[in-house]
Unconditional design. Structure first.
Length: 423
């Protein structure tokens, strides 16, 4: 029987494991280290500043800058780092801080009499008193309704792709206006694809070159640096996730839907200029394969309806933290957890308590699933620093409480969702 099983080995899972190991918990971490980061196309760069991209360990000894020093490199403000470099940093962090990293995937987490039973992809079963679900963003990928259900030969999500050189010479339509869409379009163009952007937004937004870290008191007060970008709104999101959690649910949902909206990194803008077919204010209303093996898109826009024929669509349309997509959780768990609310992209997300515990005692959550409760920082690596230590404190509190009273895991009173999925 383990004290803690961590499901996921990305930045959040590895950070939680580092803190749990430092406290002597009997734990096991499942997942391939930094798997989704290793799978990204070469040529992609981190959008976040290096100093906002540390994984978290209790002593702060294994930050991104420490890894860069081992490579004879520098993690500098205002200098984007390759995604591959960051993925290798995560592997280095795991080797030094995470015991018992098991690269098997977990297929099921279900409650049992004394905690939880988790099942690995080969069928082996494990018992644990608590679980930390840190599955990253991939289970929650969002594809627009008219494109769902089409075969992958026609439609994929941007997170499906490693290298993009297989699209050379083909016509590719990228849907979206955020960093993933703009960078994917730029990479496709550089690799010889005929690329267009379709976006609902009426304009493309670009982040500006970040000002120097040391820039005087007045400038720092006007727009303070944060791990989420400059500005006082970002400062509140970055520094006070606990206060965000205390806001009324409708306010949290509204902020989740609107804060830190789609924008491209400042360093991408020049490269993106090579993408010449950019169609803004447009929405795909239907899609169907054609007789010659292409895909017909019916599109609405400011000039009325139009038709686009393309070889392939890449939906770079982000991720929605809906509990129903967390299929690793058993139906009993999914149907019993309280959710944030009813509307917007946050409506199907689980409500998360003060120490990242869900409404089912012993089940802890980390990463994107907690963003509707704790705010926008949980959509980024930056949020791992706030999460890891507090989540492990919650695990230790739960272990002490259940040990002292001999309790078994069961949902708190009133935890079950209504048939409509509303809390």
């Amino acid at each position: 029987m383990y004290d803690l099983v961590i499901v996921g080995a990305g930045p959040y899972g590895l950070s939680v494991a580092a803190h749990a190991a430092a406290h002597g918990l009997n734990l096991r971490t499942f997942g391939r280290s930094m798997a989704s980061w290793h799978a990204m196309p070469s040529g992609m760069f981190l959008k976040s500043e290096p100093w906002a991209s540390h994984l978290s360990d209790p002593r702060g000894a294994f930050g991104l800058d420490a890894y860069a020093a081992t490579r004879g490199a520098r993690a500098e403000h205002g200098v984007p780092l390759p995604v591959g470099f960051f993925a290798e940093y995560g592997d280095w962090f795991a080797r030094r801080t995470v015991p018992a990293l098991d690269e098997r995937l977990i297929t099921s987490v279900a409650p049992c009499a004394d905690g939880f039973e988790v099942v690995a992809e080969d069928g082996e079963r494990f018992r644990t008193r608590t679980v930390a679900l840190a599955v990253g963003v991939l289970p929650f990928m969002e594809i627009p309704g008219p494109l769902r259900g089409l075969p992958r030969e026609y439609v994929t999500h941007s997170s499906h792709h490693g290298e993009l050189d297989g699209f050379a010479g083909r016509d590719v339509t990228v849907v979206g206006a955020g960093q993933a869409a703009l960078e994917t379009a730029a990479l496709l163009t550089e690799q010889g694809a005929r690329t267009r952007i379709l976006a609902r937004s009426g304009q493309l937004n670009w982040n500006t070159l970040p000002p120097a870290l040391d820039r005087g008191l007045w400038q720092s007060l006007r727009a303070p640096h944060t791990g989420l970008g400059c500005g006082w709104h970002n400062r509140l999101y970055a520094d006070t996730p606990g206060l965000f959690r205390r806001l009324p649910a409708p306010t949290r949902e509204r902020i989740f839907d609107s804060a830190l909206g789609p924008a491209g990194a400042w360093w991408l803008r020049e490269r993106f200029a090579a993408v010449t077919d950019v169609r803004l204010g447009r929405r795909v209303v239907s899609a169907a394969p054609t007789a010659d093996g292409r895909l017909r898109l019916d599109v609405t826009g400011p000039d009325g309806p139009s038709v686009v024929e393309t070889d392939h669509v890449i939906a770079a349309t982000g991720f929605t933290p809906s509990l129903d997509r967390a299929e690793v959780l058993s139906p009993v768990l999914r149907e019993s957890l309280r959710t944030v609310g009813a509307g917007g992209r946050a409506g199907g997300a689980p409500e998360v308590g003060a120490l990242f515990e869900s409404s089912w005692p012993g089940l802890f959550l980390a990463g994107l699933l907690t963003a509707p409760s704790y705010g926008p920082s949980m959509r980024f690596v930056f949020g791992a620093g706030y999460t890891a230590g507090r989540l492990v404190r919650g695990v230790r509190h739960h272990l002490r409480a259940t040990s002292s009273r001999g309790a078994v895991g069961r949902p708190r009173t009133g935890a079950a969702r209504t048939p409509a999925g509303r809390a």
